[in-house]
Ligand binder design. Structure first.
Ligand code: FPP
Ligand code: ZN
Length: 319
């Protein structure tokens, strides 16, 4: 029978179970991005109102042990530092209310040193440039109250240069529009106070065309619907104040059909095996749609509104 509600208690039990099971397949294949996995799991638990079920001491110890001398964080202990995991580490410590346990000023220095002359950011010392890294840098600095450490105007110029004729954004100038990159570029431009540079109606037309007859959203034309796009697409529409441009109840119906009614967790597609990544994005999508009983999430910083309200320097988006 098709599910008609979000199975919140089952999802909380699922996230707790898989985050403790170091023997599982999921645990093994996510070794290189453990830091982001911890962020997805913890964020899901926060939105579900079940953060207390997680072992905060153990998680904080893990995050601290992933910080390098240079200030950046690796995806796991002894893994090289990268902006992707530096943002996740900052988010995790804020979720736990333990930011003081990491060296935030060193993290700021690490991020600032990755900005290049054209305003873009390299992801790490090896130099790959991607609008995702602009978002990671600006979001982490915004959360730390240290946007002053980089050239925000140039950062916005680079992100704006990734805009395409269809209103969407790619990884680099000329790169194909992709909803994941659009989330990053909308977020980066919003944090940089440059959202006026977005072609709002054109972009939102492209975004709402991502909804398929199943109610689910895809990330690019001709692709299948996938629960994670309930976040990448919906957060962008929400940040641009156009959430009503898609059919929210049809999307929720799709997310409900991707739930594992027995073991909990949400999969990318109906009948697939659940994972923590899609569980977080499914729950976060329902939160953006105002599902009763879930904590609200800030579509720009990808953090609970409650946590954002506790920060003296970074108001939640729209407040
Ligand atoms: C799709 O990836 C998603 C993206 C390209 C955006 C990723 C954004 C970040 C890592 C920034 C941090 C995010 C948050 C929420 C704080 P995919 O490889 O699954 O795309 P595909 O569906 O085309 O394979
Ligand atoms: Zn997905």
């Amino acid at each position: 029978m098709a599910e008609v509600a979000l199975l919140t208690a089952k999802h909380a039990a699922y996230v707790k179970r898989v985050s403790e099971d170091s023997e599982s397949y999921e645990y093994a294949v996510s070794e290189h991005l453990r830091m982001s996995g911890v962020y997805w799991g913890l964020s899901a638990m926060y939105l579900l109102g079940a953060l207390d079920a997680m072992d905060a001491d153990m998680i904080a110890r893990f995050v601290v042990s992933c910080q390098h001398e240079c200030g950046g964080f690796g995806g796991n202990v002894d893994h090289d530092p990268h902006l992707l995991y530096t943002l996740s580490a900052v988010q995790v410590m804020l979720l736990l209310g333990r930011l003081e346990q990491i060296d935030a000023q060193r993290a700021v220095a690490y991020i600032a040193a990755l900005q290049r002359d054209d305003g873009s950011f390299a992801g790490d010392e090896w130099g790959e440039v991607d609008s995702r890294f602009s978002y990671c840098a600006l979001n982490a600095l915004s959360l730390l109250g240290r946007l002053d450490a980089v050239d925000v105007g140039r950062a916005a110029n680079f992100v704006a240069s990734c805009q395409n004729f269809d209103g969407g954004y790619g990884a680099t100038p000329g790169g194909e529009s992709h909803a994941g990159q659009i989330f990053c570029c909308v977020g980066a431009l919003t944090i940089a106070s440059a959202a006026h540079r977005i072609d709002r109606d054109l972009l939102c037309s492209w975004l709402c065309e991502r909804q398929l007859p199943s109610g689910g959203l895809n990330g690019r034309p001709e692709k299948l619907a996938d629960v994670c796009y309930s976040w990448w697409v919906l957060s962008s529409l929400s940040a641009l104040d156009r959430l009503s441009w898609i059919d929210g109840s049809a999307l929720m119906g799709f997310i409900f059909r991707c739930q594992d009614a027995e073991g909990g967790g949400i999969a990318d597609k109906p009948e697939d095996v659940p994972d923590v990544f899609h569980t977080f994005f499914g729950v976060a999508g329902c939160s953006l749609l105002g599902y009763d009983g879930l904590k609200r999430i800030d579509p720009v910083h990808a953090m609970p509104v409650e946590v954002m309200e506790r920060l003296p320097h970074a108001a939640p988006w729209g407040h």
